[in-house]
Design a protein around this ligand. Structure first.
Ligand code: MG
Length: 266
């Protein structure tokens, strides 16, 4: 790669930071960006570089869709127990189950489904705490990781300021939602998710990326959005080959609740 096609890391990061150009980046440029980013150890990267603060998705009012599971769905949480879930190392899930919901118990860690999936339709309802204790990424933060890697953000974004590609409905640190449909804290939200898993060649090379379509409270917020790779807090995502994997819910230290979780293989 010559000098011009491989600019230095800072230049690339500035380009990455500019929201208007983000969606216009040609694939070759993105590949150069990723290759360049690889030259710096991820732990040394500044996490602010991949925050996009503008534009802000428009705030709208909406209502959650509490759709019962269709007959061919697998019920992952019916309000009674967490038998479909474990912590990441296989221990029984220790999140709190009461009143038809399960709630993050701070410090117990993420949970994931015992079952594994590829392409799915997933319905999930979530609620940020009614009591506001912090702001931005510290307010009602959780997340839904498709295939244990690709985070659809859960956050109290009702009246809280954070980077747009980190608010509720964002593919975290990648794509902001089309609108902000977040319910008031203490009220339920619904996500209806269509996930297309990435495809890899036998040699482990990416053939097609993952895609996400998401309805938040019945409103389209991600429309067949390309996923750039696994969610990263620092630096750019890079795909690494994997097979079927679970649905993972994040313990980010806030008592976020979930209910009525069902899934269909596609
Ligand atoms: Mg999160």
């Amino acid at each position: 790669m010559d000098e011009e096609a491989n600019p230095d890391y800072d230049t690339l990061m500035k380009q990455f930071h500019a929201p208007a150009s983000l969606f216009a980046l040609p694939m070759a440029w993105l590949l150069a960006l990723a290759a360049s980013a690889q030259q710096m150890p991820r732990e040394n990267m500044d996490p602010r570089v991949t925050e996009l603060w503008e534009p802000k998705p428009k705030k709208i009012t909406s209502a959650p869709v509490a759709q019962p599971a269709p007959s061919d769905a697998v019920m992952l949480f019916d309000g009674k127990n967490v038998s479909e879930w474990t912590h990441l190392k296989g221990e029984p899930a220790r999140w709190d189950v009461r009143d038809g919901a399960m709630t993050v118990v701070k410090g117990t860690g993420d949970i994931k489904t015992k079952r594994t999936f590829a392409d799915v339709q997933l319905h999930i309802e979530w609620r940020a705490p009614a009591v506001i204790e912090s702001e931005g990424q510290g307010r009602g933060n959780s997340g839904i990781f498709l295939q244990e890697r690709y985070e659809l953000q859960v956050l109290d974004s009702y009246e809280s300021v954070t980077y747009a590609n980190g608010q509720a409905g964002a593919i975290y640190k990648q794509s902001m939602p089309l609108v902000n449909a977040t319910s008031k804290p203490g009220e339920w939200n619904s996500y209806d998710i269509v996930f297309t898993a990435p495809r890899f060649s036998e040699q482990g090379r990416l053939i097609t990326p993952a895609y996400l379509t998401v309805l938040h409270n019945g409103v389209v917020i991600q429309n067949h959005t390309q996923v750039w790779g696994p969610t990263e807090y620092k630096g750019l995502p890079l795909y690494v080959e994997h097979g079927k994997a679970g649905i993972q819910l994040q313990d980010h230290g806030n008592p976020v609740s979930y209910r009525n979780i069902w899934i269909r293989d596609l």
